[in-house]
Design a protein around this ligand. Structure first.
Ligand code: GCB
Length: 617
């Protein structure tokens, strides 16, 4: 069990998860658990809304968790009266249903604006196959989660957009099981994100929940990448839980002619190289994915993985060594199929096929980790991806707990998506004001990222300022840009600053020999609202804004891509204007249901012409 202990120690070091029992690597979930044998807990759950956190705190506001008796770990533990006092003031059996995965806001009208705690209960049958261990994995739950199985606490997790798991082998009983989960989406000043955002604070078990089974020793995680500087060597970096001396980790990639076994070190770590016959690179025009199989004793896993390089050289971005222009679009995790939090493969297909139709070869998944299907579908469709964490606007830069929370969310994201060829950029932050403590905070994130994954680019959506002596001279200067691979910034000339025609007189000053990426621009328009190009909120105004913005950006010598704001209209509590916004940010090129606004066609034409321009470079 040495390996388990070591992984556990490493995982708990910076993790947002805490557990009451020593469990396997409760800090990071096993790779690819969706594919493992087990059972889905998706479907109908019961819910009890608990605005005063009555199930968690007693009347002295002391957490039940911290009381000695294990059956007092929460008031809402779904224990039969025989197990505890018969004064019961809740009843899961009679409670309302809620679908998992899914946000609670769009399922129950009374929860539309709700920010607080909801208790979930799932009753299910589960008997693991003889000798197997069992885990429960949550794709994500926003924002703080406490989980209990059969009246005993499994642990907790902080952070609304990344997966986490608990080992439940010793918590299962014969036959019927009761999983009770408290999810709290209250915004917190010290949280990541903090109090203020421009998106909907969807609460609940927003992604898949699953129980999976593994043998006593199993492949906890794996990463496959190209060896830097080569085109024919694969590096395997894997962890075995509970590694044993008489077993080896087998890697098979039939199309590459790889079929090799590797030994784990005494910690269960495998770092090895495998020579391939030849590797076809993943690209946007030919998104080649290889069937990969891993085996360790009775544990078998399969995956589809692409291989490519992404680098920069001066102001160029090179995909597999060739300059590429990132024809991007920003996306929030909201589905045009349901106007709710997106979570499924179908949602991912709907979002990404709209981006493809627009002519994009890249998407920015704003402003937090989206569900795992997004990067997987992007892998298949040949769309490059920018992923980010919710270090947004005004984080508590000086708070060490806030920093470790951000580091953990980043670590969980990188761990989950490191095998996705589509993901080319890790982004550290969005529109954060320059200060010494902010620079240090972000630098820590960069150091972590470079250590965890040296194969991708690092960015952040930065800001600009105006030259005090020349209102038309806009300057992008940020000490943090020294540490990123791209100089990315958001700009809203013509929307938050002046009118679209002002674009013509703007000069940009960007003093870095790095690729420049415009991570946001745009303006609001209500689909179907028509008028003059000077009338705000009309499709004509938004169209004019795109017509004027694109030539302004074209003048930037190092321009190598953009992700305008945004593909679909999305919900935001900051946007109440009746009959126009109705709590939607209207900067979408498509309405929340996918209806095309006039500006869509402007960007689509621009992307078509960019291709021609790049071919003739
Ligand atoms: C921004 C933010 C984005 C907002 C957008 C807007 O700069 O990064 O989250 O939604 O502007 O619409 O104002």
């Amino acid at each position: 069990m040495l390996a388990t202990t070591l992984i556990l120690a490493q995982c708990l070091m910076t993790s947002g998860i805490s557990s009451t029992e020593p469990q396997l690597c409760s800090g990071l979930p096993a790779s690819n658990s969706l594919q493992r044998e087990g059972l889905s807990l998706n479907g109908e759950w019961k819910m009890v809304v608990d605005p005063y956190e009555n199930g968690y705190f007693n009347y002295r506001w002391e957490p039940f968790d911290q009381q000695e008796s294990p059956d007092k770990q929460s008031y809402f533990l779904d224990l039969k009266p025989a197990d505890r006092s018969d004064r019961i003031e809740y009843d899961f059996d009679k409670a309302e249903n809620i679908n998992v995965p899914g946000d609670w806001n769009t399922q129950h009208e009374k929860l539309y604006f709700y920010e607080g705690s909801v208790w979930y209960r799932k009753s299910f049958e589960c008997t693991p196959p003889e000798g197997m261990r069992a885990f429960v994995v949550f794709g994500a739950a926003n924002y703080e989660t406490h989980a209990y199985l059969n009246g005993r606490k499994l642990g907790s997790h902080v952070g609304g957009f990344t997966p986490f798991q608990f080992e439940i082998t010793d918590f299962l009983r014969e036959g019927a099981q009761s999983l009770v989960v408290k999810v709290d989406n209250k915004r917190l000043r010290e949280g990541v994100p903090t109090l203020n955002t421009d998106w909907w604070n969807y609460g609940g078990l927003t992604r898949d929940v699953r129980v999976f089974f593994v043998p006593q020793s199993f492949i906890h995680s794996y990463g496959l990448s190209l060896k830097p500087g080569t085109r024919d060597t694969v590096i395997l970096d894997a962890w075995i839980d509970n590694a044993v001396t008489d077993k080896k980790l087998k890697l098979v990639i039939p199309e590459m002619g790889i079929d090799q076994e590797f030994e784990a070190d005494e910690h269960g770590h495998v770092v090895a190289e495998a020579q391939a016959r030849r590797i076809y690179m993943w690209s946007t025009t030919s998104p080649k994915l290889y069937d990969v199989a891993l085996a360790y004793g009775d544990d078998h896993l399969t995956d589809q993985i692409g291989f490519r390089t992404i680098t920069t050289e001066g102001q160029d971005i090179l995909l597999n060594g060739r300059p590429v222009f990132l024809k991007g679009i920003s996306i929030h995790e909201e589905s045009p199929l349901s106007q709710a939090r997106a979570y499924s493969r179908e949602d991912a297909e709907a979002l990404l096929s709209a981006a493809k139709e627009l002519g994009c070869n890249m998407v920015r998944l704003a402003h937090y980790p989206h569900n795992e299907h997004m990067a997987r579908v992007a892998d298949e469709l040949g769309i490059m991806v920018w992923e980010e964490i919710p270090v947004y606007w005004t984080i508590q830069w000086d708070n060490p707990a806030t920093l470790s929370n951000a580091r953990n969310q980043l670590r969980e994201l990188i761990h989950r998506d490191r095998n996705r060829a589509s993901v080319i950029i890790w982004s550290m932050a969005n529109e954060t004001p320059v200060s010494e403590s902010r620079n240090e905070f972000l630098l820590k994130l960069v150091e972590d990222t470079r250590a965890a994954d040296p194969t991708r680019l690092i960015s952040a959506a930065m800001e600009f300022h105006r030259d005090p002596d020349d209102a038309n001279r806009l300057i992008v200067e940020d000490p943090f840009a020294e540490h990123t691979d791209l100089v990315s910034f958001n700009q809203y000339v013509g929307w938050y600053h002046g009118m679209p025609e002002d674009c013509a007189s703007i000069e940009w000053h960007i003093p870095y020999d790095k690729p420049v990426f415009i991570s946001e621009f745009g303006g609001g328009a209500k689909f179907g609202l028509h008028g003059d190009r000077f009338d705000r909120w009309t499709e004509e105004f938004q169209q004019e804004l795109y017509i004027k913005t694109l030539p302004m950006l074209d003048k930037i010598a190092g321009l190598r891509g953009m992700s305008p704001w945004i593909l679909f209209d999305f919900r935001s509590p900051r946007r109440p204007l009746p009959e126009v916004q109705d709590f939607y940010n209207r900067k979408g090129l498509l309405s929340e249901k996918g209806e095309k606004k006039l500006a869509w066609y402007v960007l689509k034409d621009y992307y078509t012409n960019i291709d021609r321009k790049w071919r003739n470079r």
